[in-house]
Write a protein that binds this ligand. Structure first.
Ligand SMILES: [Mg+2]
Length: 184
């Protein structure tokens, strides 16, 4: 597998930086979200008010959304109860199957869909194998098991050179990159 599979296309400090405006600028019409440590910590069963507002803002902007989680069904269905989004649980990422299902469900071109997650070896690879862009976010809870610490250690080479976008710089940086890509 080529190294590009391991490299996120973008890096955001958190999901809330991925605004409808940012997605519009990126030409993204559908987003495939990971749940655990991307949107919510493991123990938060249902979306908070802030999360609900965020999803509502995307929905209002006509952005299609779905969840792809490696976690079990009840975790996903409970979290998704009030949202009613399309979802795939026990997705087995890095398998691209779940992401592919979402693209088909959206009825969008691959170029219009982006995945958002916190892990390289599951989320990033699944997205890239499915042929879509991947935006990494900083994991919500940095304190994890030894297994996760080992994983994060091996993720480091793919993450360390990323330019992290935050609410203050995101729009400008996205526009700059677009301009640069056009000029090249
Ligand atoms: Mg995760």
């Amino acid at each position: 597998m080529a190294f590009r599979f391991f490299r996120p296309d973008m890096a955001f400090c958190d999901v809330y930086t991925i605004t409808p405006e940012a997605l519009n600028e990126l030409g993204v019409k559908g987003v495939v979200f990971d749940i655990d440590n991307t949107i919510a910590p493991y123990e938060v069963e249902r979306p908070t008010e802030k999360m609900n507002e965020y999803f509502a803002s995307l929905r209002e902007a006509g952005i299609k959304m779905a969840f792809v989680s490696n976690n079990q069904g009840t975790r996903v269905t409970t979290f998704n109860e009030g949202l009613g989004l399309f979802y795939v649980c026990k997705a087995g990422k890095p398998s691209p199957k779940g992401v592919r299902k979402c693209i088909a469900h959206f009825g969008l071109d691959k170029s219009e869909v982006m995945a958002v997650g916190d892990q390289i070896f599951t989320d990033c690879i699944a997205a890239h194998r499915a042929g879509i862009r991947f935006a990494i976010v900083k994991p919500i809870q940095p304190v994890e098991s030894t297994f996760f610490r080992v994983k994060r250690f091996f993720e480091r080479p793919f993450v360390k050179k990323l330019e992290w976008l935050n609410p203050k710089n995101a729009m400008q940086k996205i526009r700059n990159r677009k301009k640069k890509a056009k000029d090249e």
